[in-house]
Write a protein that binds this ligand. Structure first.
Ligand SMILES: C[S@@+](CC[C@H](N)C(=O)[O-])C[C@H]1O[C@@H](n2cnc3c(N)ncnc32)[C@H](O)[C@@H]1O
Length: 180
């Protein structure tokens, strides 16, 4: 049985030695945040989502954990909430599964957020994006993100793309950006 793209994200995160400060840019129901908080070395996790439903569900799932700082705010405004260097940021794009499909990430806010998060990354810090080109807005988002990344400073950042090309229907894929 092949690995799901979400399993691959976890493998990449587990391969990083030191993640002390992290950000979950799309908290949703909190599954990814919960996984990150399982790391005892983690000092702080900043979470962002624009839906109250996400805040409620994630806090319910995670329970009280003083390391988890949830912001009911757009990740496009990340610089207002994070005032320190970060080792990891994850974006799980698209809409909330079993939620309102109209509330989806957009390429405009995702790219705005990426620009700012690149500045916050510590040396050897990584950003992981899980991108879903299987729905129309996701296809546009994937194209625009790749266009944006094609122009970032190659000396400062290493970009890796992980795809599952034999899967049907424009499957999700991962982009990892590492700061040199
Ligand atoms: C695919 S879901 C995330 C799933 C989540 N990682 C989990 O483990 O359940 C995408 C989430 O991004 C959120 N979102 C959309 N636009 C956003 C924005 N500008 N800033 C922060 N979150 C946003 C949606 O509300 C939705 O909950």
């Amino acid at each position: 049985m092949g690995k799901k793209i979400t399993d691959l994200v976890k493998i990449i995160i587990d391969s990083k030695k030191e993640i002390k400060i992290a950000a979950d840019m799309t908290v949703g129901r909190g599954n990814d945040s919960k996984f990150l908080l399982e790391n005892p070395q983690l000092i702080r996790l900043y979470g962002f989502d624009i839906q109250k439903e996400a805040e409620n569900e994630a806090k319910n799932l995670i329970g009280p954990d003083p390391r988890f700082i949830f912001n009911l705010a757009s990740h496009a405004d990340v610089e207002k909430y994070i005032k320190e260097g970060i080792d990891l940021a994850i974006y799980n794009l698209g809409y909330l599964p079993r939620g309102n499909k109209e509330i989806t990430t957009t390429y405009e806010s995702t790219i705005q957020s990426l620009e700012k998060t690149l500045q916050l990354l510590n040396k050897e810090g990584i950003i992981i994006l899980t991108i879903y080109p299987g729905h129309p807005a996701g296809k546009i988002e994937s194209e625009q993100i790749e266009k944006y990344l094609a122009n970032i400073d190659q000396k400062k950042y290493e970009i890796t793309k992980i795809t599952q090309p034999t899967r049907p229907h424009n499957p999700p894929y991962i982009i990892v950006i590492e700061k040199n």
